[in-house]
Write a protein that binds this ligand. Structure first.
Ligand code: NCD
Length: 306
């Protein structure tokens, strides 16, 4: 039995994730078969924070399943700007919709929403905390392009402190046998201790923390680049000092393994030079495509239509 909501990447067991990926493959192979499966269903998209990919891919996903969409991407146009509580907004929206995807700047907000919602809540990013559907996209990408999810050395580079996609990916990958992590960040932006202790050390996963990307290029099977999360900094000067800490370019790619893949949740700012896009190891646009299919599969499962 699937969890009713998706708030945290650990809400689903590895077996349940396999079911979602299996369904995503079925959709990729025969999209027509699923094009009316959500006929009559409405997805509510509540985006209290900017988004292009996540919002579009949720909306495209529901449209491709034959459902409809209702929502906002500008909180100032919603009653939140009049002071309505999140609890009231959710109670109300869950009367009008069948499933809700929500992004909010506050950590824990999706969990709060799930306590008041009569319909499934999908966390589309809560502050600097978690982003479980990006992780579904990341895992499906790894599964497809690296032939399975076990035995990979995963390099994660950039803002490991505030990057919610990083936190969710570490949690999720820590459950697969043979995972190793190479964590590359400035010392100010290291992975938070609670994640390191609870998910890496507790599971006895081999890992290293380094500051220089050059030193580890040849060690990794997957290189997950991330943006420095400007909006989470308390101090703009600190952001300006750290913003160009890492730039992956063709020169650095020379040191990478032949079958390594480069991932990025996007948007990129400056951390992957455009010249890398032509390298056949660049997987970030494919990753954005898988994101839509995996969200289609997720919504089918949460809505119980398959
Ligand atoms: C990420 C996010 O919102 O956390 N974007 C996304 O959903 N693909 C990554 C980011 O903004 O850096």
């Amino acid at each position: 039995m699937m969890n009713k909501h998706l708030i945290d990447p650990m809400d689903f067991s590895v077996e349940e994730l396999d079911e979602i990926f299996e369904l995503a493959h079925q959709i990729i192979n025969d999209p027509k078969k699923f094009s009316k499966i959500c006929d009559g269903k409405i997805l509510g998209t509540l985006f209290y924070e900017p988004s292009t990919r996540t919002k579009f891919s949720f909306e495209a996903a529901m449209m491709r399943l034959g459902g409809k969409i209702l929502g906002f991407s500008e909180p100032n146009s919603s009653s939140a700007s009049k002071g309505e509580t999140l609890a009231d907004t959710i109670k109300m929206v869950s009367i009008y919709t069948d499933i809700i995807a929500m992004r909010h700047p506050k950590e824990g907000s999706a969990k709060v929403a799930s306590l008041y919602s009569g319909v499934p809540i999908i966390n589309a990013g809560d502050g600097g905390h978690q982003h479980p559907t990006q992780t579904l996209a990341d895992l499906l990408t790894i599964e497809c392009l690296k032939k399975g999810l076990r035995g990979h050395t995963v390099g994660i580079c950039g803002d490991l402190k505030y990057g919610r996609t990083v936190h969710s990916l570490i949690k999720a990958m820590s459950r697969y046998e043979g995972t190793k992590f190479v964590l590359v960040s400035p010392k100010e932006l290291k992975v938070p201790n609670y994640i390191k202790q609870e998910f890496i050390e507790k599971n006895h996963i081999e890992f290293m923390e380094v500051e220089r990307l050059e030193d580890v290029m040849e060690k990794v099977d997957i290189l997950y680049m991330t943006r420095i999360q400007r909006e989470r900094f308390f101090n703009e000067e600190e952001y300006l000092r750290l913003k160009d800490s890492y730039i992956l370019d063709a020169e650095k790619m020379k040191y990478a393994r032949e079958n390594m893949i480069v991932m990025h949740p996007l948007p990129r700012v400056n951390e992957i030079a455009v010249e890398v896009d032509d390298d056949n190891r660049a997987a970030y646009f494919k990753q954005a495509e898988y994101a839509m299919y995996v969200r289609m599969a997720l919504m089918c499962k949460l809505l119980g239509v398959v």
